[in-house]
Design a protein around this ligand. Sequence first.
Ligand code: GLU
Length: 491
Amino acid sequence: MSESMDNKVVTRFAPSPTGFMHIGGVRTALFAYLWARKNDGVFILRIEDTDKEREVAGSIRHIQDSLHWLGIEWDFGPDKPGPFGSCIQSERLDEYLAIAHDLADRGLAYPDPYTPEELETFRAKAEAERRPLLMREHRPESFMPWDGKAPLRFKVPEIKRYKWHDEVRGNLEAGEEALDDFILIKSDGYPTYNFAHIIDDRDMGVTHIFRGDEFISSVPRFLSLYDALGIVPPKFVTLPPILRPDKTKKLGKRDGAKDVLEYRAEGYLPDAMMNFLALIGWNPGTEQELFDREALLQAFDISRIQIHGGVFNEEKLQWLNREYLLKLSDIDFANYVAPFLRETLEKRSIPITENTFIRIIPIIRERINISGDIATMAEEGEFDFYFVDPIGDSSKLPSKNESIDDVKKHLIYVREVFAGFSEETMDDHNKIKTSLWDYATEHGRGNVLWPLRYALTGREHSPDPFIVASIIGKDPAIRRIGNALHALDSV
Ligand code: GLU
């Protein structure tokens, strides 16, 4: 450990590169990161890649991209080894092997003498007797020297009850049945998680282990190894599970535990996601729900991490996203939303006119919930009419009570007003409104404005016709009214 890290809070996020980063993983990373930053400490990204069979290519990149997106920056990591030589476990094998040999030499570890078939027999027997399989009951009478090839098993030095403190759950304990001789080094030469993480946490000076509750039952085993190695364990900070919205179970893939980068693709803002994740299993003790990064750093505290599960509520995420979108400046909003919109329109081969594109963004701003909705709205063709003439359903042109003849009369009136406009007047939706308002009021606003809006957009929901007309411009507006009149002839 480097000297500059002495006395500092050191936390780490230690994912295994076995696929995409889901909500639970990122939440762990966030809490560990917040605690380090809040305490002016160090945050390490460590890659735990010792299970080669489960490794998925590209995961390390994906993990880094996900954290970068959220602004969870690490001080040391796969790209910044710092004083540790490497923060990737597969590059630290010599370190684990040296300690494994030392444990074997001290009689605290032994080569596992059993074939897979023999192990299977033990397992089946224990199962038949409805007892957990305890390998310490099958410990050989004398240990062979370890050649570095056979799997190496830890010999639990003392079978006893363990008591320990968890920063979230308080004082915990477990009986002897929680202890067993576990594998330290596998037959492929790689260490197990159980072994490697303990060495790494010591070497990296980790002071607080933030991790999910699935590891809680293994803590007694970890403690026995800490004892054997003479290591004082870091503080344990066990995060509550993330529950699905109905609170009946842990959130699974089917309930939306998806790749966190999918949220980026759907248009969620990183600040909204960070705020959302922070509130899963942590609360500030007040009603406040909006926390930007600074506010989170201020408010976050281990003492307010909940014991009980935190609920994953996607509606809350949408709400938060909207709140953060509203805070963006017009320029930031445009920069943020433009790529989603452009990409979707291009995918659908809608010819984009730049001038129109720029002008619709403020209108979209008023209509969105999440910009993911923008992608969906664009996919559903909701913005096409700004760029191409709509193909509407002429039977929808009349508002409820109007006769076809009256609808035609109104559209012809509007067309004439438009024809008399300069391009400049047509640019100004307020002027369009003023020119049509008296006529519309006299004939019933819905009767006039509904068919006009439908003629211009071909949609039952859209911004008001003055805005639409001002954006698409004079010639297209006149042409579309003409198309609608033509269509009405066949109604
Ligand atoms: N590599 C473990 C996992 O991905 C990390 C557990 C820990 O943080 O210690 O689940």
